[in-house]
Design a protein around this ligand. Sequence first.
Ligand SMILES: C[S@@+](CC[C@H](N)C(=O)[O-])C[C@H]1O[C@@H](n2cnc3c(N)ncnc32)[C@H](O)[C@@H]1O
Length: 236
Amino acid sequence: MVDRSGQRVQKMFGQIAKHYDFLNHFLSCGIDILWRRAVVRRMKPEFEADSKILDICTGTGDLAIALWKRWRIPVVGGDFTPEMLEIGRKKLQKKKISPEEVFLMEADASAMPFRDEEFQIVTVAFGLRNVHDTRKGLSEMVRVCREGGKVGILEFSIPTFPPFRWFYLFYFRHILPKIGQFTARNQFDAYHYLPESVGEFPYGQELARMMEEAGLSEVKFFPMTFGIATLYVGKK
Ligand SMILES: C[S@@+](CC[C@H](N)C(=O)[O-])C[C@H]1O[C@@H](n2cnc3c(N)ncnc32)[C@H](O)[C@@H]1O
């Protein structure tokens, strides 16, 4: 089993933070940007007074920024790794996005510092897999989401179509970790941890069922790019 303890995950992301954005785009050939766009499109808010969006495990804030740009509703981006948030804040300054528009703050996905039903939309991209207790992370996302609101989860999955699956798994398990470790040296071998944690994490129907057990209904999932990533959407 991969060690997903909070302290280890936090230190690991702290050590790779500087290289995170570059490697994300480089290793996925920029497709990660399209995946986040798909999340934004599906997470259309109702434009009610006081509507707010939460993007948890926001990292350097890419999804939080994309949600703000598209829907113009205040977005809170929460993450427990200060080094990732710091890079996100610099990005916001550069893009002239104010803290009233996108506010990045420290927050643990397993014990969120937010009121019940505070947000209309709650998202997480490539974050839930890293949360030590997946069910706790899910139940926190549901708790802070308003009745009638939506929870969206973007996460890696494993392609099923055989020739593509073989090619992809070879790249994901053998090539990507070497490029990752060479570029962003870190004591935790974060880019080996990536395929290992994906291999152990539920996807497709299994994750959809866990979302329902956490209190969501009408859960749908949308595999993208031959199933390399999947977007899950549920209603509270
Ligand atoms: C792979 S990155 C994803 C970042 C961003 N969402 C994206 O799409 O690029 C995972 C992020 O989850 C954060 N994270 C992991 N476990 C967490 C937890 N329990 N609470 C808050 N953040 C957490 C890490 O600090 C890291 O920034």
